[in-house]
Design a binder for this molecule. Structure first.
Ligand code: SF4
Length: 308
């Protein structure tokens, strides 16, 4: 255990152990100075929409509802359905859209490609693809239609990575990122996955801070039906806030997205509070109905126009 108190403004000089101590801290006097520092940035905040193109994946990460062995798959969206969602998105004050899918089987890739090309050619949204790192490695033609990607990184701790059955081709992925001039990458980061301890969180965050990614999408773990991890509890909201705060202080220039899963934590204003801790892009699911409170939150939607 450390002998000196944690001081937020010295975060660049804190050791990994001291960052871990911050994640453990339950004393407001310790963590609130970090929140004050990360949340005081005069960031332009934006709302980003999300559309799921396909919930089928040929891989089998244990935490993910898109995993191959999940019996509740529905498969790929139709073009008319996608068109309707894009029209809805164009009525909302969003500045970009994330198109999400699992890693497609070879026979499904062309259909996925055509859907993405439809959106990029018909709409002026900034389009981000969140379609699995394995897809980027397997189908280089995807770079013909998009330049903004979310990636799944391989956790630093090998036994934790194995527990998740998660992505395991980190060296090839970093090579791809380094060699793909003009493309921008953001890392998917899930907080409180089963088997993940605070050391794993700190090690992976420090690894990403050193990596070529331009930002991070932070999502609390939410157990999903049809996954091996459905029996576990949901993530801790305070830990999620701390990770947002650390990411902002360690990498002030990053775009920090907060995933729509934050709304599934049953606390008030979780999305707003995430923005207050240092996130600058709130991701909301376009496919949710208009009656959902998140799309009625005009204070939040007005963030796109520079109001806080
Ligand atoms: S590769 Fe991505 S979409 Fe596929 S199972 Fe793993 S986390 Fe889910």
């Amino acid at each position: 255990m450390k002998n000196k108190p944690l001081v937020a403004k010295d975060i660049q000089n804190l050791t990994p152990q001291e960052l871990e101590d911050f994640l453990y801290a339950t004393d407001k006097e310790i963590y609130e100075p970090f929140f004050a520092l990360s949340g005081n940035k005069n960031l332009a905040r934006e709302v980003i929409g999300k559309i799921t193109l396909s919930n089928e994946c040929r891989l089998n990460c244990h935490y993910c509802s898109y995993r191959k062995d999940n019996p509740t798959h529905t498969s790929i969206i139709s073009l008319p359905e996608l068109s309707l969602l894009c029209e809805k998105a164009s009525q909302l004050p969003i500045s970009g859209i994330i198109l999400e899918a699992g890693v497609p089987h070879p026979q499904a890739f062309n259909a996925l490609y055509d859907l993405i090309r439809f959106v990029t050619s018909q709409y002026s949204f900034q389009v981000y693809l969140d379609i699995g790192s394995e897809t980027l490695l397997a189908y280089p033609e995807i770079y013909d239609i998009s330049r903004h990607f979310f990636i799944d990184y391989s956790p630093t701790n090998e036994s934790f990575r194995s527990t998740l059955n998660a992505f395991n081709k980190q060296d090839r992925l970093w090579e791809l990122i380094e060699s793909s001039a003009g493309a921008t990458y953001y890392a998917n980061y899930i907080v409180d996955l089963p088997g993940q301890d605070f050391k794993d969180m700190v090690d992976d965050l420090l690894n990403l801070v050193q990596s070529p990614v331009k930002g991070i999408k932070i999502s609390p773990f939410i157990p999903q039906k049809g996954t091996s991890f459905s029996i576990f509890g949901e993530a801790c909201l305070l830990t999620t806030f701390k990770v947002i705060s650390l990411a902002r202080i360690l990498k002030p220039e990053w775009d920090i997205f907060i995933g729509p899963a934050i709304l599934e934590l049953e606390y008030e204003d979780t999305l707003k509070k995430s923005l207050d801790k240092g996130a600058n892009k709130a991701v909301l699911d376009i496919s949710l109905g208009d009656t959902k409170k998140e799309w009625k939150n005009h204070d939040l939607l007005r963030l796109n126009h520079g109001n806080k």
